[in-house]
Design a protein around this ligand. Structure first.
Ligand code: MRU
Length: 354
C-alpha cells in the first residue's frame, strides 16, 4: 500500500516534501543548512509531531555535519546553537524536544569517546537516521495494537493528519486504520477537513485515497451530525503531547470531537509513540499551545474569506483524559487511570528494541 515519504536523509542533504502544496503539487526540497530545516518546520513544510522530531534530529545532524569547527569544544558550542534554533520552531509537539534531547545525548557520548571530528559527525548522521528507522518500527507496533480496537467493518473517524506524512512511518492514527484495513477489516473513514490548515482535506484525504482506503470528507461542523447518524464504531487521532494524567494535546478541533463521541457512545482513542508522553507535567493545563497567524483563519489558500477583523488561531487543543477510552503506543495499550498506565509504559524496563 502507498506510504508517503515526507522526509529522507540522502547524500545530497535532507529531502523534505512540501506538505503546504499537497494535494495539488508534490514538490520536495533538498536542505543542506540546519537553519533552513528549522524554517521548514516553523513554516509547516513538514508537520505532524513525530515527523517534526525526525526533521529536528536530521537538522541537528546536518548542522554538525556542515560545521567548520576545528575542535570538539568549538563544535559543542555550535551544536548548542543548532539545537537552540531547532527548539524554537514549534512549541506544542514534544517529539521535537525529545528528538533534540536524544541528539544531545548522542553528541555527549560521541565527544566523550573521541575527539575525531569526522567520527563525531558520522555518528550524529547515523543517530538521526536511526531515529527515522525507529519511528517506522514504532508506527507498525502502534498500528498492530490499535487495529484490535477497530470494528470488523463500518465507519471510523479521525482528525487532522496522523498519517505517514505526519510521522515518517506508516502513521499513528492512520497507521492503526491502515493495519486494520490490511487485516481485512472493511473500514470507511470519516475525515473532518480540519480548518484552518486543512490537514484533513489536503493530507489525510490524499493519503487514504492513494492507499485505497474508502473515505468521506466532511467539514468540521458535520462531526456531530455523523456521530449521531452514521453508526461510527471508533474514533482515533494522533497526539502532540500527552501529560502525566493522560490529558492530550492534538490538533484544534479534537476536543470537541471527543466530547461529541462521549455523547454518542463512540470510543475515542489516541494513537501515539511514547516519545509523545510528557510525564514532567501533571496535566494538560501545562501544555504550551501554539498560536498561529490569524491570517490562516481569515484567508483560505491566500484568498481572503473574512473581513479584516480580529481572528484567533490556537493550533491545538487539549482533550481531558476522561474522554479518552485508551491510548495505543508501541509498547501496548494504556487505559485509565493514565497516571499509572503511562508511567508503567514509559519505564525503561518496558523498552523494546525496535
Ligand atoms: O500542526 P500540525 O499539522 O503539525 O498538527 C499535527 C497534529 O495535530 C497531529 O494530529 C499530531 O501531530 C499527531 S501526528 C502523528
Amino acid at each position: 500500500m502507498y506510504v508517503a515519504q515526507p522526509i529522507e536523509w540522502t547524500d545530497r542533504g535532507v529531502v523534505i516534501l512540501d506538505q503546504r502544496l499537497l494535494p495539488a503539487e508534490e514538490i520536495s526540497y533538498t536542505y543542506t543548512d540546519y537553519r533552513d530545516v528549522a524554517k521548514a518546520i516553523r513554516e509547516m513544510v513538514i508537520r505532524g509531531a513525530p515527523a517534526i522530531g525526525v526533521a529536528a534530529a536530521m537538522g541537528a545532524a546536518l548542522g554538525v555535519l556542515h560545521s567548520s569547527a576545528r575542535s570538539v569544544d568549538a563544535l559543542a558550542a555550535e551544536f548548542g546553537e543548532i539545537c537552540g534554533t531547532l527548539a524554537k520552531t514549534r512549541p506544542t509537539a514534544v517529539d521535537l524536544f525529545w528528538a533534540l534531547e536524544r541528539m544531545k545525548k548522542r553528541f555527549t557520548e560521541l565527544t566523550g569517546h573521541s575527539s575525531d571530528l569526522v567520527k563525531i559527525k558520522q555518528g550524529m548522521v547515523e543517530e538521526a537516521q536511526q531515529v527515522h528507522l525507529e519511528k517506522r518500527a514504532i508506527d507498525e507496533a502502534i498500528g498492530r495494537f490499535g487495529a484490535e480496537f477497530m470494528p470488523r467493518e463500518g465507519h471510523v473517524m479521525t482528525q487532522c493528519n496522523a498519517g505517514a506524512l505526519a510521522t515518517a512511518g506508516i502513521g499513528t492514527a492512520l497507521g492503526v486504520i491502515r493495519v486494520a484495513f490490511e487485516q481485512g477489516k472493511k473500514l470507511h473513514v470519516f475525515v473532518p477537513e480540519t480548518r484552518p490548515y486543512l490537514q484533513g482535506a489536503r493530507l489525510t484525504a490524499w493519503e487514504l485515497h492513494k492507499g485505497g482506503i474508502p473515505l468521506t470528507l466532511i467539514t468540521d461542523n458535520m462531526v456531530g451530525h455523523f456521530l449521531k447518524t452514521a453508526n461510527v464504531g471508533a474514533i482515533v487521532t494522533g497526539a502532540d503531547r500527552i501529560a502525566a494524567n493522560g490529558d492530550t494535546a492534538n490538533k484544534i478541533g479534537t476536543y470537541q470531537i471527543a466530547v461529541l463521541a462521549r455523547e454518542h457512545n463512540v470510543p475515542f482513542y489516541i494513537a501515539a509513540p511514547i516519545s509523545t508522553f510528557d510525564l514532567s507535567i501533571p496535566d494538560g493545563d501545562h501544555i504550551p499551545i501554539e498560536e498561529r497567524a490569524a491570517s490562516e483563519v481569515t484567508h483560505l489558500q491566500g484568498v481572503r474569506i473574512a473581513p479584516d477583523v480580529h481572528a484567533a488561531h490556537p493550533a491545538f487543543d487539549v482533550t481531558p483524559a476522561r474522554f479518552i477510552a485508551a491510548i495505543f503506543t508501541e509498547r501496548g495499550v494504556a487505559r485509565a487511570p493514565y497516571t499509572d498506565s503511562l508511567r508503567a509504559l514509559a519505564s525503561p524496563a518496558q523498552a523494546v528494541k525496535v
